[in-house]
Design a protein around this ligand. Structure first.
Ligand code: PEP
Ligand code: MG
Length: 559
């Protein structure tokens, strides 16, 4: 038995075989083949295997998630057999003497382009499907598996580190848990693991060795403990822990439908953070009161070119209609820093977290921003939408962004395209500058949402991606909490509501503090809704407020 200690960043116990993440090769070899019949045979075999895999995925999804989820795999199967698609590959192999990998790559690009240029949003979305199917066939041909997981059973995935763009593309049905060499608790990969409810441990360094692959591993995302080939006694303890967690979860189920209200009657809204439209089902199954942060950049990370207005409109419309009359706050594009996208072709930066990111990119490239704003306003006709801008530091940025909203609304009006007149506009408070200027910013918006992941990073001058900063990176630092109080006071003086959508919102050690300073909304990962509701319902704000505020503002906070 081997025990390894890392840092747990997403709770839960998982057990299964250890599997190392392999990165798909980004370049496909292009060679001329002499035996074209043999090459055609290679393609046909890979195509048959892909169809078989998709059939298995269809059955699995049907059993676990129902017809609607499964239908995607059926569509992919049909694409893999489509006459035009196969004929194009056959011509490239037999006439142009191309190798099968290159023939599939070229055909995929041609078909994806063709779909992307269609007017119909449904057909445009097929561009991603044809790339997906082709990626699967290429993976089989090259032996490099799409999504990095070539296993029939679900696995505990180990990697040096995972970029957000890699994490979003993983086949989640195959992942029981994550282990990474590097990483940090407030990195986007850790955030995604929490949103998906998958146990995750980071910062294990080189302790998980390649030769452990395939061996049984138990991860405890709460304590950060990893056990390889556990002895029977340890295994029993961990199984019991897992059972206990499942039992606890069932107990929390009783809180569904209950109010987020303290013992002395103070109410707070509990919303959820999501990264894509599919996450809405977990928001609803965890009884989230709304979506407090939809990180729209994950739509962009999932595409290989700028997503069109119609493509985005479909995604936003889906979230809004699935959420019914519940509020949905969609954050405009927040790329840069750790979320890099090749097709944006951004120049390399020395300090990307302090560089061209989020609203800065949108204001510098208004054509991209306007496409997103048009999609958002069009989708607003289908639900209760709030739009918020990330990485604000100055009043002029908000004025300029709002002006673009007005331009977009006028365009849509002229085109006769409907949108809601009641879209709320908000900003994220995630830089000290925005917090300090919150008295003036409050006059321009309907709400603030505090992004404590970045607010902590920028206030304490501590890189949120760096796991080695240890006690220096402290989101409980009074500098951060005092800024939150200041933002709250300035917001309320101006009739603006204020929420927290950073990971700190789910930190139960601070629930009393947030209630005491008057936060109106907490937006957390879906699985954190019920534990947070429980904590809120146990709290008596009037009994703790005086002490909490004294600790925050007085000597008690002298860290
Ligand atoms: C934050 O910074 O707290 C936040 C919610 O945004 P992100 O984590 O996506 O940067
Ligand atoms: Mg942020």
């Amino acid at each position: 038995m081997i025990s390894i200690q890392g840092k747990g960043v997403s709770t839960g116990v998982a057990m299964g075989p250890l599997y190392f993440y392999t990165r798909a090769k980004s370049t496909i070899r292009r060679i001329k083949v002499t035996d074209t019949e043999a090459e055609w045979g290679r393609f046909k075999a890979a195509q048959a295997k892909a169809i078989e895999q998709l059939g298995e995925l269809y059955e699995k999804a049907l059993a676990e998630a129902g017809e609607e989820a499964a239908i995607l795999f059926e569509t992919h199967q049909m694409m893999a057999e489509d006459d035009d698609y196969v004929e194009s590959i056959e011509n490239l192999i037999k006439e142009d003497k191309l190798n099968a990998e290159a023939a599939v790559t070229d055909t995929a690009a041609q078909f994806a382009d063709m779909f992307a240029q269609m007017d119909d949003a449904y057909m445009q979305a097929r561009a991603a499907d044809v790339k997906d199917v082709s990626g699967r066939i290429i993976g089989i041909l090259t032996g490099v598996v799409q999504g990095g997981i070539d296993s029939d059973v679900p696995v505990v995935l180990a990697a040096d580190d995972l970029a957000p763009s890699e994490t979003v593309q993983l086949d989640k049905s195959k992942i029981l848990g994550f282990i990474t060499e590097g990483g940090s608790g407030s990195s986007h990969t850790a955030i995604l693991a929490r949103t998906m409810g998958i146990p995750a441990i980071i910062g294990v360094g080189k302790q998980v060795k390649a030769e452990y692959e395939g061996r049984d591993v138990i991860v405890d995302g709460g304590t950060g403990s990893i056990i390889i080939d556990a002895d029977e006694a340890t295994r029993n303890v961990m199984m019991a822990k897992r059972e206990e967690q499942i039992k606890q979860r069932k107990l929390l189920e009783q809180l569904k439908g209950q109010e987020n209200i303290t013992r002395d009657g103070q109410k707070i809204r509990v919303y959820c953070n999501i990264g894509n439209p599919e996450d809405v089902s977990t928001v609803l199954s965890n009884d989230g009161g709304g979506v407090g942060l939809f990180r729209s950049e994950f739509l962009y990370l999932n595409c290989s070119d700028y997503p069109t207005e119609d493509y985005q409109f479909e995604a936003y419309r889906q979230v809004l209609s699935d959420m019914g009359d519940k509020e949905v706050i969609i954050r405009t594009l927040d790329i840069g820093a750790d979320k890099q996208i090749d097709y944006f072709q951004m120049p390399k930066e020395e300090n990307p977290a302090l560089g061209n990111r989020a609203l800065r990119i949108c204001l510098n490239r208004p054509e991209i921003f306007k496409t997103q704003l048009r999609a958002l306003y069009r989708a607003s006709a289908y639900g209760k939408l709030g739009i918020m801008f990330p990485m604000v530091t100055s009043v002029w940025e908000v004025k300029e962004a709002k002006k673009l909203c007005e331009v977009v609304k006028k365009e849509l009006e002229a085109e006769g395209k409907p949108f809601s007149p009641d879209v709320e506009i908000g900003i994220m408070i995630e830089t000290p500058a925005a917090a300090v200027m919150s008295d003036r910013l409050a006059k321009l918006v309907d709400f603030f949402s505090c992004g404590t992941n970045d607010l902590t990073q920028y206030t304490l001058a501590c890189d949120r991606q760096n796991n080695d900063l240890g006690r220096f990176f402290n989101p409980h630092h009074p500098a951060v909490l005092r800024l939150l109080k200041m933002v709250c006071d300035n917001a309320h003086k101006n009739g603006v509501w204020v929420g927290i959508c950073g990971e700190l919102g789910a930190d139960l050690e601070l629930t009393e503090t947030f209630l005491s300073i008057g936060i109106d909304e907490l937006s957390v990962s879906p699985r954190s809704v019920l534990p947070l509701r429980q904590k809120i319902r146990e709290t008596n704000v009037s009994a703790v407020k005086e002490k909490v505020l004294a600790d925050l503002l007085g000597e008690g906070s002298a860290i």
